[in-house]
Design a protein around this ligand. Structure first.
Ligand SMILES: O=c1ccn([C@H]2C[C@H](O)[C@@H](COP(=O)(O)OP(=O)(O)OP(=O)(O)O)O2)c(=O)[nH]1
Ligand SMILES: [Mg+2]
Length: 153
């Protein structure tokens, strides 16, 4: 059994009729987020929008929530999360919103209750700096951005 953390949640009035996000299968990593809309929203080709979920949450200290695309929307409609993965900070108390972009060639209509993205809860590691004059040497060194080539052989 995967461990679970308790996340406080408030359902805002415009999402009061929607179910809380839930895991679609026994071992799903993400909970699907629903659009909480007073009226349908149309994203024209190339357009993006901030889509409300009707939820405000309080994560435990040491955790974040990540807002990620749903592959079905991407594969079928070229609709994805513009800032993926979106970051929800543990100290954020505003409404969770999803920045959706329509990369497709047809308008995409978002209806109230539509499952538009998924949210993962993940532990956060914070860093402290150790400023030094030189970094340790490695085989890679400063090579990057394709320095190892692109062929499989
Ligand atoms: O997809 C997202 C991304 C962010 N947020 C909320 C929660 C997050 O804690 C807050 C700030 O997000 P971020 O740090 O990514 O945005 P910013 O542009 O740096 O804004 P800020 O200056 O408020 O940190 O906005 C969302 O609701 N959805
Ligand atoms: Mg920020």
């Amino acid at each position: 059994m995967t461990s679970a953390v308790t996340v406080s949640v408030v359902r805002l009035p415009h999402g009061a009729d929607l179910p809380l996000p839930s895991y679609a299968t026994a071992h799903a990593a993400g909970m699907d987020l629903h659009a909480a809309l007073e009226a349908p929203v149309t994203l024209e080709p190339g357009a993006w929008g901030l889509i409300p979920t009707g939820l405000a949450i309080a994560l435990p200290d040491g955790y974040e929530a990540q807002v990620r695309p749903r592959s079905g929307l991407a594969a079928k409609n070229a609709v994805t999360v513009l800032n993926a993965p979106g970051t929800i900070d543990a100290d954020y108390r505003g409404e969770v919103k999803v920045i959706l972009i329509n990369h497709g060639q047809a308008p995409f209509v978002i209806e109230h209750g539509m499952r538009i993205a998924q949210m993962l809860i993940a532990p956060v590691t914070r860093a402290v700096w150790a400023e030094v004059a030189d970094l340790s040497e490695t085989e890679r060194g400063a090579g990057g951005f394709g320095s190892t080539g692109t062929t499989t052989l």
